[in-house]
Ligand binder design. Structure first.
Ligand code: PGA
Length: 252
């Protein structure tokens, strides 16, 4: 069975002291959880957060990266730089990157290939907007994002990739997909992964749900067979709510 992967995407939030304290509090409250746990702070706090997470099972990653190792790319940060300060994971193609910074599937695919070549664990985000759901094109949209962002990846590499299904209309809105809505898309994603990489690989790949995950809705979502974790924004900025989500989720 796939182990749950519960991750906090801090987005452009927190300050240095707050970042250290949040990780220290999460670390102190983790207990013997069997779930995989990750935090994704802003780039500049990575070294402090890596340091604060030492000695725990919390993995630390970045929210984005550039596909080149170095060069004339003002304002960008490479995967190698993330590793250099102790980051082991990276989120790619978050809907805020897609919408606000015009990232395309082809660009995300280049980043993914670079991340995998470096051995970084990647979380690749997909999800439809409200309009797309209303027009009944969720599967076309998510299918296109999967095909585009995972193009040219081998089954061996795919095993190191986590998908995050994040309906855009549920992110930061307090609206959450119903368990049925989430389950339908997660099953669809798994079927697509099986077509791309074979059934055995698809069964090993984790698919997180994201979008207004909170302590009061997480346990039900995380009990669904094809939901293998959560990517959490707002509720991951508070140690108690992040820990409540972790502790309320049953092991799979
Ligand atoms: P949210 O964000 O939990 O605040 O909705 C989730 C995400 O964007 O990953």
């Amino acid at each position: 069975m796939r182990k749950l992967f519960i991750a906090g995407n801090w987005k452009m939030n927190m300050d240095l002291e707050g970042s250290r304290k949040l990780v220290a509090d999460i670390k102190a409250g983790l207990g013997g959880t069997k779930h995989d746990i990750g935090v994704f702070p802003p780039f500049v706090y990575l070294p402090a957060v890596v340091d604060a997470a030492k000695g725990s099972k919390i993995v630390v990653g970045a929210q984005n990266m550039h596909h080149e190792a170095s060069g004339a790319f003002t304002g960008e940060v490479s995967g190698k730089m993330i590793q250099n300060v102790g980051g082991t994971h990276v989120i790619l193609g978050h809907s805020e990157r897609r919408q606000l910074f015009h990232e395309t599937d082809a660009f995300i695919n280049r980043k993914l290939k670079a991340a995998l070549a470096l051995g970084l664990g990647a979380i690749v985000c997909v999800g439809e907007t409200r309009d797309e759901r209303d027009q009944n094109v969720t599967e076309q949209v998510v299918g296109g994002q999967l095909n585009g962002s995972l193009a040219g990846i081998t089954p061996e590499q795919a095993e190191k990739v986590t998908l995050a299904y994040e309906p855009v209309w549920a992110i930061g809105t307090g609206l959450v997909a119903t368990p049925k809505q989430a389950e339908e898309v997660h099953k669809f994603i798994r079927r697509n992964l099986a077509q791309m990489f074979g059934e055995a690989t698809a069964q090993k790949m984790r698919i997180q749900y994201g979008g207004s995950v909170k302590p009061d809705n997480a346990a039900e979502l995380l009990s669904i067979p094809d939901i293998d974790g959560a990517l959490i924004g707002g509720a991951a900025l508070n140690a108690k709510s992040f820990l409540d989500i972790i502790h309320n989720a049953k092991e799979k």
